[in-house]
Design a protein around this ligand. Structure first.
Ligand code: F0G
Length: 355
């Protein structure tokens, strides 16, 4: 039952038709999906594009795109009678899993790389009451452990290797086609475990098949230079980057990301931490959009292509995958704010401001 005048919301309600749900799938929701698509104010020109739009996936309930796939995975786990769920995560998947578990009365376990998860994401996991296990290793080690543990114990794995996560995430592509009236020429996004690039490509391909779009966008994926296994064509045993969300050396969806790149005549390239942080600051200062560092990798990539004379105009969408509030340490380390103290009087504030 929904309240008077309220329509049901969420990915399962809106996109049940493209998710092949069963009649028994519980239609849970935290209000995920249906995120804004906003036109760029300044970076469009800097990126050498005719149009640049931002898909604000940071507006999902736990502040990242992960909610789209997680709601489907948790609904399926409930349908299958699961009592507990588990994932490995660089922070956002764990925040999302913990939230949907709390909402659904499931127990949840998250495996995170020790000391490498941004403070806001840890705060979310703690608040949602999940059991947090800090792995003495990196994300790739945590994922290996999660796969083995869920094979041995009655706990559902809700990582992106779960077959319901990618279909949930592809709904963002359908929303973009719906909002623009067609697919864009290009889609730029960060690549970590490589599930999202695979999901968007699947979504756009289905839009073309269903007649929602006439175009197939070029998929432009960007990895952090210190964590770029797909770009190098080799595992990265000790991945390093300020964009902790994509600090991954052995992506689970490697092969499908390569397929998305090649079938779309796109690219997957690397951007340095300096380029990521420049885009992070430009998004905040010139667009008013506070995205987390990993989210800025897609925009850093577009800026890099423009600087190298490789931008060819057209309409691009950049996916802002996670909220800047999740990583307050990186934000404060970036700036030297000029905060002035003042007496608590009008005259005092005027004096402090030099008015
Ligand atoms: N952006 C953000 C904010 C992320 O949290 C992630 C992945 C990505 C981009 C990359 O997406 O893995 O589908 O290529 N975060 C995962 C996590 C790994 O555990 O939260 P991907």
């Amino acid at each position: 039952m929904t309240g008077a005048g309220q329509r049901p919301h969420g990915v399962l309600y809106h996109w049940g038709s493209v998710l092949s749900l069963s009649e028994r799938t519980p239609l849970i929701s935290l209000g995920e999906g249906d995120t804004p698509l906003v036109r760029s104010a300044a970076l469009e020109r800097l990126c050498g594009l005719d149009e640049l739009w931002f898909k604000l996936e940071m507006c999902n309930p736990t502040g990242s795109f992960k909610d789209r796939g997680m709601v489907v995975a948790v609904a399926r786990a409930l349908e299958d009678g699961a009592k507990a769920i588990m994932c490995a995560s660089t922070g956002n998947t764990s925040a999302s899993a913990a939230a949907y578990a709390a909402h659904s009365g499931l127990q949840s376990f998250v495996l995170v790389p020790s000391g490498r998860v941004a403070a806001g994401k840890m705060a979310q996991a703690i608040a949602f009451g999940t059991r947090i296990v800090e792995i003495d290793g990196n994300f790739d080690d945590a994922l290996t452990a999660a796969r083995a543990l869920t094979a041995r114990h009655p706990v559902a794995l809700v990582h992106s290797v779960n077959p319901d996560r990618i279909p949930g995430q592809k709904t963002a592509a359908v929303e973009i086609c719906d909002a623009l009236g067609d697919a864009p020429d290009m889609l730029a996004l960060p690549v970590g475990n490589a599930g999202n690039i695979s999901a968007y490509w699947k979504g756009f391909a289905e839009c073309a098949e269903l007649g929602y779009a006439t175009l197939h966008p070029r998929m432009l994926g960007f990895q952090a230079a210190g964590a770029a296994p797909i770009v190098r064509g080799a595992l990265v045993p000790e991945p390093q980057t300020v964009a902790t969300a994509i600090r991954i050396g052995n992506p689970a969806s490697w092969q499908s990301a390569l397929a998305a790149r090649d079938e779309s005549a796109g690219l997957i390239e690397a951007v340095t931490d300096d380029q990521i942080l420049e885009a992070y600051r430009l998004l905040a200062e010139r667009e008013g959009l506070f995205a987390e560092p990993a989210s800025a990798a897609g925009v850093a990539g577009l800026l890099k292509l423009a600087r190298e004379g490789r931008a060819r105009g057209g309409r691009a969408v950049a996916v802002l995958t996670g909220n800047g509030l999740k990583d307050p340490e990186t934000a404060t380390a970036q700036y030297h704010p000029d905060v002035i103290r003042a007496e608590a009087t009008v005259a005092g504030v005027e004096r402090a401001l030099g008015w």
